[in-house]
Structures are given as C-alpha cells and as structure tokens.
Design a protein around this ligand. Sequence first.
Ligand code: PHB
Length: 395
Amino acid sequence: MANRRLVLTRSAAIIGAASSSLLLPEIVRAQSGKVRVGFMLPYTGTFAQLGVAIENGFRMALNEQGGKLGGREVEFFKVDDESNPAKGIENASRLVERDKVDVLVGTVHSGVQMGIHKVARDTGVLNLIPNAGVHIATRAQCAPNVFRTSFSNSQPTLALGKAMVERGHKKAVWITWNYAAGDEAFEGFEKSYTEAGGTIIKKLGLPFPNVEFQALLTEIASLKPDAVACFFAGGGAAKFLRDFAAAGLNKNIQLYGSGFLTEGVLEAAGDAANGVLTTMHYSDSLDTPANKKFRLDYAKTFKLQPDVYAVQGYDTGLLLIKGANAVKGDLANKKALYAAMEGATIDSPRGKWTMSKAHNPVQDMYLRKVENKENKVIGIAQKAVADPATGCRMG
Ligand code: PHB
C-alpha cells in the first residue's frame, strides 16, 4: 500500500511537472509565461553606481508600459559581475543555463563583456549591451543576437580631438586605465587629435581599477602640456578629478575627457570638476521634451539625478519594448524580433539615434562643460558619429 501510494504520488508529480513546464514544447512556454530578463551588472566596486543607474533606467522604460513586454509580465534575475573579467563567462552562464533568461542585459566593463559575448555567441541568447564599449562586439565578432545601446569605446573620443585643437590646445598628455576601454578610447583620441593637428607628447596609464594617481600627476606637471585628455569612469573618475585639482594642475592645464569622466560623479567631485570639457552622446542640459520628462520622472522615482548610464539603461528598455511589441511578446520569433530592433529609431533623452547594421548606435556627440554640478551642452562636437564596424559582415 505504502509503495503504491509512493508510485501514485510520483506519477502525479511527473504529470504536474509536464503540465506546468518541463515537458511542454519550448515555444508554448516562451509565449505564455513571463519574460525572463537577466541583469548582469556591477553592483559593487568602482562601477557600482553605473550598474544601479542602468537597472533604474531600464525599469523606468518598462514601467511606462505597465511593466510589460509585448503584453507579457516580466521576471527579473540579477548577478553582480563586480567588473571582474575572470568571472565573466561563469556569471553569464549562470543567467542563461540556471535562470534560463530570454534576454541578458549587461554589462558595464569591456573585459567582462567579452565573457558575456562568448556565452551569447555560443548559446544564441539575446544580449543587450547597456554600456561596455568593447570594439570587437560590434566589429569582427558582431552577432545577430547582440545589440549595443550605448557607444563603442572610440566613439566619444573620435569627437574630442578637433574640439581641443579648436581651443588652441595642441600639445596633450593622454592618461587612462590600461584595459580595453582605455586603449580603445585612445584609438579615437589619437585619430581625431592628430588629424586636427595636435601632438600627443605622452601616453600614461595604470591598471584598472587602481586610483593611485599621484606619481602620474607629478609626471604630468613636469611635462607641462597644454591639455590632458583621459578616460576614467565611476568612483575612479571622481578621485581623478579631485586629485588633478588638489595637485593644482587645473590652474594651468585644461582637462578633457570622454564624457564618462564627469558622469554620475559631480556631487562627489565638487568644485574639482568645474570647467572640465568632455565629449559624450548625452548632456544633462539638453533642452528637449524627451530629456526634460526623463530627468523629472527619474528624479521623482529614484530620488537621484540621472546620468548617461541611466539614459543607456532607459534606451535598452525602449529598444526591447520595440522588439517585443513587434512580435507581440513572442521573443522566440527571433527573425522578426531582431528585424524590428535593427530598424529601430530610438527617441531617447540623448536625442534620436538609429541602430547601425553592426548593432551599435549612430548618434550625435555633444561638447559639454561642467558648470555648477551639471554637464552643460555647449555645442555638437560631431553629428551622427558611427563606429567603423571594421570586420563585421552582417547587413
Ligand atoms: C568599459 O569598460 O567599456 C566602460 C566602462 C565604463 C564606462 C565606459 C566604458 O563609463
């Protein structure tokens, strides 16, 4: 009797499992259940605030749709990637294999992105990149299931060199963290600055996420350049701005950067950031209805001022909404989903942008100046900047 009951219980469990999910064809589950969205972002370390801003922006876009994607409810899964490239593949695999996400939203750090990229290419999971600018993801290793809503690492600095030379700053030192994002930002800077007639007198670097800038600042002081150009971001950028000013360098040397230098750090940097000039695909002061509404809603919802990372997260949500609506929530219809996202024009707080054939934004780059804890736009440094997409054979 006991044995019989056990068998019955077991078979009931199997039937239960079959009817709930396990044995149903993938397609039925994909259309009827919740959309599973995985965030793989930094929630600790020097980029922690960036991860939070991206998630906030993404959730805000979905909330504007009643929290749904193509009519389906959404379930979220989260992994803190710690901006640690060594754990990139393992963390991405966890979201794909264990949590079975339909969409992986991530990440910030270019090195970690390479881990996600391998998993995305191996498994075919849809990956939306809300920040990391690593070139290869939309160049030689571009992929139908990988879309970037942010920038490629050289895009902001491709617009920087000309603005510097136009201001009479023809002799510059470059400084950054030595990893993909810094190296590739240099690529854009070197091209634009030397083509405009500038000379790079020294290239300085330190390992990510090291913030011991003192020796390098002493070296800059002795080199006496007209300007310093750099790539730093997050907590490290705030420290660089403070140290640069504390060393007195801001009195005689104009500081420039790709705009990440002054994003999300203006409170922490205080007066040290005043007057810093940067190029970026966003500015706090853009006088458009989309930006004004976004800034107001974000501040109300999260009690924080938004920055470029929040905008990128928001735009990632907008892109996914466009795709999901086009297939009425059937994310398994990949051909139609990807076609809708490829053809998308995003009406973003940064201004309207389009998706290139290699799946990277084509967007305007603004020249901005920090004034009173705000990134004020002072002009368009370059219109419709596209990454060269070298080696990408899509489209
Ligand atoms: C990157 O690693 O690609 C990266 C990180 C932070 C930024 C921009 C790029 O602000």
